[in-house]
Design a protein around this ligand. Structure first.
Ligand code: CP
Length: 319
């Protein structure tokens, strides 16, 4: 059974919430990833359960659609013995006009220890920290941050390259409207990786220089350079009235889609994607299913990484 070395066990993790990776140090991130190794091994046991959160009640507050994040948080919570309540905006009193503030105060009155929140507005998780005592975990807020996704992405990269220092990561696609890219750049830079962002100029944010990553408009150039190629979905739901950011999805695939011909020409890079994938747009279907893709590993690792975060933010007492 995996256990933690004394140095890791003694790290003074002092974070109370997970709002984004901007507030987390390199050591905080490495500590979470180290803890996640322990929980990843638990998932492979015949009975993949621990009673770590058996006295905790957690609400999953989802105002936006989700498959991976929502299910993996719920699975992580149940694997750890927590009482779990799921809130979906589409079937709640939000539809009758109840505000977010009143909703969270109502839920908090039921003695909740932790809140996992996804919302279309940047900053909602920060707002909730001022409304309730519970620990808040950001499961994606608009185009701001998606910190648990970036942590599971870095965990998956570490399975290939245990030390990410100097590793070359290309993030390709809709940079402007992606929260995954922001959390990944923040986290990867703290771990010493080199990051290049690649996509159409219309999908590159005005503030791209402030992210601290290089920029390229040339897919072939970055695929020849990188160790990891992370493709991103075109976030049509966040582009709002800004239509025609790309001429067509077909043309986008021709310019920025990763295809089998790229895997053959550049034999070294690994393919990642946070999901959901639009096959035939950012990735050719055969690329998703190829042995160069670790997309399903990302999903499995997401449960372990979220177990580690829940454990640490609940006070870090393992049974
Ligand atoms: N990667 C991700 O956040 O996926 P979901 O929207 O399905 O949760």
């Amino acid at each position: 059974m995996a256990d933690l070395s004394d140095s890791v066990r003694d790290y003074p993790f002092r974070q109370r919430h997970l709002l984004g990776l901007e507030e987390y140090s390199r050591d905080d991130i490495l500590y979470i990833l180290e803890q996640a190794k322990y929980f990843r091994e638990i998932l492979d046991r015949p009975v993949p359960k621990v009673p770590t959160l058996r006295d905790k009640t957690i609400v999953n507050l989802f105002y936006e659609n989700s498959t991976r994040t929502r299910l993996s948080f719920e699975l992580a919570q149940k694997r750890m013995g927590a009482d779990v309540v799921n809130f979906s905006a589409s079937s709640s009193s939000t539809k009758k006009g109840e505000s977010l503030k009143d909703t969270i105060r109502t839920i908090s009155s039921m003695k909740i220890d932790m809140v996992v929140v996804r919302h279309e507005s940047p900053g909602v998780s920060q707002f909730l920290t001022r409304q309730v005592e519970a620990a808040i975990i950001n499961a994606g807020d608009g185009a701001h941050e998606h910190p648990t996704q970036a942590l599971l992405d870095m965990f998956t990269m570490q399975q290939i390259y245990p030390d990410l220092t100097g590793k070359k990561v290309a993030i390709i696609g809709d940079i402007a409207f992606s929260r995954v890219v922001r959390s990944n750049v923040l986290g990867l830079k703290k771990l010493g990786a080199e990051v290049t962002l690649c996509g159409p100029k219309t999908l590159m944010p005005a503030y791209v220089d402030s992210l601290g990553a290089d920029v390229s408009w040339d897919l072939e150039e970055v695929l020849g350079w990188c160790d990891i190629a992370m493709a991103l979905r075109i976030q049509l739901e966040r582009q709002g009235s800004k239509v025609n950011m790309i001429p067509s999805l077909r043309e986008y695939h021709q310019m920025f889609g990763i295809r089998m011909e790229h895997l053959e020409k550049y034999p070294d890079f690994t393919v990642m994607h946070p999901g959901p994938v639009n096959r035939g747009v950012e990735l050719q279907g055969a690329v998703v299913d190829s042995d160069r893709s670790v997309i399903l590993n990302q999903v499995t690792n997401g449960v372990a990484v979220r177990m580690a975060i829940l454990y640490l933010l609940s006070g870090g007492k393992r049974e």
